[in-house]
Write a protein that binds this ligand. Structure first.
Ligand SMILES: [Zn+2]
Length: 345
């Protein structure tokens, strides 16, 4: 009998990493920029080395190298695709760009173009709702095939509770475009409004009917950050449209609440994200007893970071639905099939 090649699971049913950053310095006319200063410099260098990019990538073709690396990692992993995130600029409450606190910028058109070219990518756009053209930009991105909207209220200065943004949230809800919002402390990017790390700021979009995903489940990042995890957990009981992602759970502090995230009913609200290029270390999960020694060693040997993060979360006990649930939440989220054709809905 002729040997039968092992069949790869159908791309469209494989796990999705819904929290992946693409970064760049604008090489190749991508429009991206990156400003790394002070103590963020060694942190950025560490991240680059950790993900497997050369030390001089920052001043070279960072944009191209980052995309190439991501495609390679996705193709050699258990994943069917990844949601790549745009990053809007910091704006003040009047919608004017605040140049100083901006650390990096990734244009919506860049992630949309990448997703058109590579079926492994799904585009999440980023729009500050105070921008004078916010609604127009939202319509443009919807027509271009955006699957999600990403924002960092505390770093981008977005007061999601501002009533002036009601129409913006209502339009997102109507278009079934989910919102991925950073919650909890942040130490990789400059923070403009620390109070906006509180997930309660997301009440207005939730009330408007937007599907909201609280990045990191509002866990704290630094030792002295306020802890909002239990606020998030309580909110999931009130809002059936609130979810939490597991991104950056493999850094020292954020993974502390994994045991609670694995329990009913919270486990039914979890979606898988890595927060690439944030480092992935299994040590913390092992020290807390979330993974056993054998799994820790096996995962740690895995050099593909997207795969390592996925394997660690499987070893922690996250059920298979955690890794595919996002398909039902994304707009036009036929992950693994890309957005070729860019049809809006
Ligand atoms: Zn992130």
């Amino acid at each position: 009998m002729a040997p039968v090649a092992p069949t790869k699971p159908d791309l469209a049913s494989r796990p999705i990493d819904m929290h992946v950053h693409v970064v760049g310095n604008g090489t190749g006319g991508t429009g991206c920029w990156l400003r790394v200063t002070g103590w963020h410099r060694p942190l950025a260098a560490l991240m680059l080395r950790h993900i497997g990019l050369p030390g001089d990538a920052m001043s070279g073709d960072l944009d191209g190298l980052c995309v190439e690396l991501l495609l390679k990692q996705i193709r050699c992993s258990s994943l069917g695709g990844a949601v790549i995130l745009a990053q809007d600029q910091v704006h003040d409450d009047q919608g004017k760009v605040m140049a100083d606190p901006g650390a990096f910028y990734v244009p919506n058109d860049y992630v949309i173009a990448l997703a058109r070219k590579h079926s492994e990518f799904l585009p999440a756009v980023s729009i500050h709702p105070a921008r004078p053209d916010a609604l127009e930009e939202l319509e443009r991105c919807l027509a271009a095939g955006a699957v999600m909207m990403k924002c960092l209220p505390n770093c981008q200065n977005i007061n999601c509770a501002d009533r002036r943004f009601t129409r913006f949230w209502e339009r997102m809800a109507e278009a079934k475009l989910p919102l991925l919002a950073h919650t909890g402390g942040e130490h990789t990017l400059p923070v403009v409004q620390p109070a906006y790390a509180d997930p309660r700021i997301l009440t207005l979009p939730l009330e408007c009917g937007v599907t909201v995903i609280a990045a990191h489940c509002a866990t704290k990042s630094g030792l002295f950050d306020p802890e909002y995890f239990h606020v998030f957990a309580e909110m999931t009981r009130r809002f059936p449209n609130l979810y939490g992602d597991t991104s950056a759970f493999n850094v020292p502090i954020r993974g502390r609440h994994v045991p609670e995230c694995l329990k009913e009913p919270l486990v039914g609200r979890m979606v898988h994200g890595s927060d690439f290029p944030v480092p992935v270390y299994g040590h913390w999960a092992w020290m807390r007893g979330s993974v056993n020694w054998k799994s820790f060693r096996r995962c740690q040997r895995e050099r593909n970071l997207l795969e390592r993060d996925y394997q660690l979360k499987v070893a922690m006990g996250f059920p298979p639905e955690t890794f595919t649930r996002i398909r039902g939440l994304l707009r036009n989220g036929k992950a693994g099939e890309g957005i070729a054709g860019g049809k809006g809905r």
